[in-house]
Each structure stands twice: as C-alpha cells, then as structure tokens.
Design a protein around this ligand. Structure first.
Ligand SMILES: [Zn+2]
Ligand SMILES: [Zn+2]
Length: 128
C-alpha cells in the first residue's frame, strides 16, 4: 500500500513540474508571437511605399520584446525592395538606403491596433 502512495505522490509532483515547465515554455514563446503580430501591422512598406498584399511582410524587429507599448522598431523593408526591385528611400530625409541600412521607427502598441511612426533611417538618425 505504501508503494502506491509513493507512486501517486511522484505522479502529482511530475504533473506540477510539467505544468510549470509548460507555463515557462509558453511565456518564452509569447514574445516572438507578439513581434510577429506587430510586423504584420504596416499595410504599406515604409521603405518603398508599395502596397503589400495580405501575407507579405515587412522585415522588422521591435525591442525591447517584452514591453507592450512605446517600443523602438528597426525596419529593413518588404520582399520587393529588399530584393532590389524598388528603390529604398527614407521617408524622413529622402536618402536612398544602401544594403544593410534600415529605418528606425517608434511603435505604439494599443490593444487590437498598433501604430508605427518612422523617425528616420540609419543615415539621418545615426549619432554624428
Ligand atoms: Zn518595400
Ligand atoms: Zn533618413
């Protein structure tokens, strides 16, 4: 009988560990999902101003990843201008962006809606 109690106790501990492990795993997965949702937000490419079709994504990174509001965002561009098919122009200073140059934007996250405000590019925003 004691042996069964031991096994029962072990199973309970294993379930608790599994639950917390799952929660930890889920929490770790939450941020990339949030970033991906945000990345889909711009309907036009801020770099070459092409209208994007559903499913076409602007390559960008938001940080810090955990915060929900007022983050900075680096925008590389959409599939068209990253392939060099369209000129990549900074909407703030008008400079033509070279390979590896990006736009810097501020990201305002609101529930259900996020707003991206472009501050400049790596040319006009870089510390002189
Ligand atoms: Zn583009
Ligand atoms: Zn610029």
């Amino acid at each position: 009988m004691d042996k069964y109690l031991w096994i029962l106790g072990f199973v309970v501990i294993a379930l608790v560990l599994l639950y917390f492990g799952y929660k930890l795993f889920f929490k770790g997965q939450y941020d990339p999902i949030l970033v991906r949702k945000v990345v889909e937000a711009p309907r036009t490419c801020p770099v070459c101003s092409i209208r994007l079709l559903p499913g076409e994504r602007v390559k960008s990174w938001a940080f810090p990843p955990g915060r929900t509001s007022d983050r900075l965002m680096n925008i590389a561009g959409c599939p068209y201008c990253l392939r060099g098919e369209r000129p990549r122009i900074c909407p703030v200073c008008g400079a033509v962006l070279g390979e590896g140059e990006i736009l810097i934007a501020r990201l305002f996250d609101k529930p259900g809606r996020s707003h991206v405000h472009v501050l400049g590019c790596s040319q006009c925003r870089s510390p002189k």
